[in-house]
Design a protein around this ligand. Structure first.
Ligand SMILES: [Zn+2]
Length: 262
């Protein structure tokens, strides 16, 4: 039996190695999902410490402040080791246990190889993919704190900026975050131990230019880039191409009083 009663399930569970990764990668989308009424959780694989100017205590406070700014209701630290984060059985068990407890409909996994930054980033993406697979496995409940198998239906990648293999991301798409860019920037500013004034100015510039570029390609002021591990499946070409806006009049089918889409 599980040690604790299961928490309320999540619509979207986002996971990355360090507190501040998800804010920078997809904070605008997380805030937007919350506004849309989805139940969202942020999962940090490590504390992010040690760092030159941070402490465990300050980093925890900053992560909580960032959570509050994004209005995300759930933030969990998986307590794997920072700096030496490695994909391996124990890390997979630890994250899969969280998937089995929170039973998300979608996981967003920060992913990509960042040769000029922490190697934890690549490992975190591998752990996320593997934990999704492990989460569904039967006859292994003792490795997952007694939780029941759970199959995560959907995996989405949030690629790191400057990912060395960005060209290989399949099925890229961009979410319009024009309405939540300020929330996103404020959530990153919460990490004062990581970004002093001079450093924050650079990070804000990087975020605005990256999200401005991705958004601009799709006609938005700001956007965040995501990718899928598979091609996009489409029952309907028009809805994929035009989103919910629709570019064509609904088809008129003889003998029907009203178009099928209502
Ligand atoms: Zn990081």
């Amino acid at each position: 039996m599980p040690e604790d009663p299961l928490p309320e399930s999540l619509d979207v569970l986002a996971v990355a190695p360090h507190p501040d990764d998800l804010e920078i990668l997809c904070g605008g989308t997380l805030a937007k999902l919350v506004k849309q009424g989805y139940r969202v959780g942020i999962f940090d694989l490590t504390s992010g410490e040690p760092t030159p100017r941070g402490t465990l205590e300050t980093r925890k406070k900053e992560a909580e402040e960032a959570r509050r700014i994004l209005n995300v209701p759930v933030r969990v630290n998986v307590e794997l080791p920072n700096r030496v984060l490695m994909d391996g059985p124990e890390a997979r068990f630890a994250l899969a246990t969280q998937f089995r407890r929170y039973r998300p409909g979608i996981i967003i996994v920060a992913a990509g190889r960042t040769p000029a930054a922490s190697p934890d980033h690549l490992q975190g993406g591998l752990i996320g993919e593997a934990a999704r697979f492990y989460s569904q496995l039967t006859k292994w409940d003792e490795r997952f704190a007694g939780t029941a198998p759970y199959r995560v239906p959907h995996l989405v990648y949030a690629p790191f900026p400057f990912d060395a293999e960005q060209r290989h991301w399949h099925s890229q798409f961009v979410v319009d975050i024009s309405d939540t860019i300020d929330q996103k920037i404020a959530s990153v500013r919460a990490y004062e131990s990581q970004f002093d004034a001079a450093r924050f100015a650079k990070v804000e510039h990087l975020i605005r230019s990256t999200n401005g570029y991705h958004g601009g390609r799709c006609g938005y002021m700001y956007g965040e880039l995501f990718a899928l591990p598979t091609p996009v499946g489409a029952p309907d070409l028009v809805s994929v191409v035009s989103g919910s806006k629709g570019v064509l009049a609904p088809p008129q089918i003889p003998g029907r009083d009203h178009p099928p889409m209502g």
